[in-house]
Design a protein around this ligand. Structure first.
Ligand SMILES: C[S@@+](CC[C@H](N)C(=O)[O-])C[C@H]1O[C@@H](n2cnc3c(N)ncnc32)[C@H](O)[C@@H]1O
Length: 283
């Protein structure tokens, strides 16, 4: 299971995305790190490994709950961005390692928690889950963090137009074709789900799930939404080749049609946290 047969990490997957990531993506719910800390009884000791850490969006808020933290990602631009963000926030107990999840354990040692925030689906999941089990302390936790996708629609009107995501997707398809692109290839079957089956197969247990509400409406500018498009693997800048400027021009025209002053409102998604434990040695 996991990615389609023959899939390998491809260095162009998020090529050119790192610079747009923080601006373009909506943040996780503000309480997500506290929820993880409470659920796991974190006390400032132990080590965290954040796999597919990108620019450290989850790594940095979690760092204060651990003695030592490692953020791993194969994309060097993402790691450079993570390092800059860590310096700006004066987070000093983190180091960044260029590695694919499939390269683990990579001599990184033992961890109390291994986290994947919107990154596990990019990996060879069965193989990676089995390795992570080996890397965890007894009773250590596998933590999966993502936007909560199945929230019921909120009928409260937004103060400004909503971002026209369906029209943006149409425009991307017009430039890049009907099948979702990823790196040098395509994702015919979309994003894999059912992490529960993968983790159970690997021997994890004691599943728990938390949905942390975000409860906020944020303003987004046209620049934020252009950054959102370029932060995604399926519309990363490299995919457009010589058409990049034309795409951006057309995208900005769509955004102006929807909101002539280029301002939008959007509800922050809740954050879903799924936790599994490694069984303890002596029961
Ligand atoms: C959607 S981003 C998530 C970044 C960050 N964890 C967050 O939640 O904001 C996915 C990240 O996974 C990384 N990634 C892709 N394939 C990977 C693999 N096989 N092993 C480790 N990381 C991978 C990408 O480089 C990218 O930084």
């Amino acid at each position: 299971m996991g990615m389609p047969d023959g899939w390998q990490w491809d260095r162009t997957l998020f090529q050119g995305s790192a610079a747009y990531y923080e601006r373009g993506r909506l943040p996780y719910a503000p309480g997500f790190a506290g929820t993880v800390a409470t659920a796991l009884g974190l006390d400032g000791r132990g080590r965290l490994l954040d796999v597919g850490c990108g620019p450290g969006i989850v790594t940095l808020p979690l760092a204060r709950y651990f003695a030592e933290v490692v953020g791993a990602d194969p994309d060097e631009d993402m790691l450079a961005e993570a390092e800059r963000r860590a310096r700006r926030r004066r987070v000093s107990n983190v180091r960044w390692v260029a590695a694919r999840a499939e390269d683990l354990p990579a001599g990184l040692g033992e961890f109390r928690v291994v986290a994947f925030a919107q990154s596990f689906h990019w990996t060879d999941r069965d193989r990676v889950a089995a390795t992570v089990l080996e890397m965890l302390e007894p009773h250590g936790a596998f933590v999966h963090i993502s936007d909560f996708k199945n929230a019921p629609p909120d009928p409260t009107p937004l103060p400004l137009p909503a971002p026209p995501y369906a029209r943006i997707a149409d425009l991307v398809r017009r430039y890049l074709g009907p099948v979702r692109r990823a790196g040098q290839g395509t994702l015919v079957n979309g994003t894999p789900g059912r992490e529960d089956l993968v983790l159970a197969r690997a021997g994890f247990e004691r599943f728990e799930r938390h949905v942390v509400p975000a409860g906020d409406v944020v303003d987004r500018t046209a620049d934020d939404l252009v950054a959102w498009a370029f932060s995604r693997s399926d519309s990363a800048p490299h995919l457009f080749g010589a058409g990049l400027e034309d795409f951006e021009r057309d995208l900005r025209a769509v955004l102006r049609e929807e909101s002539p002053d280029n301002r939008f409102s959007e509800r922050l998604p809740a954050t879903e946290i799924m936790i599994w434990r490694k069984p303890g040695g002596e029961g």
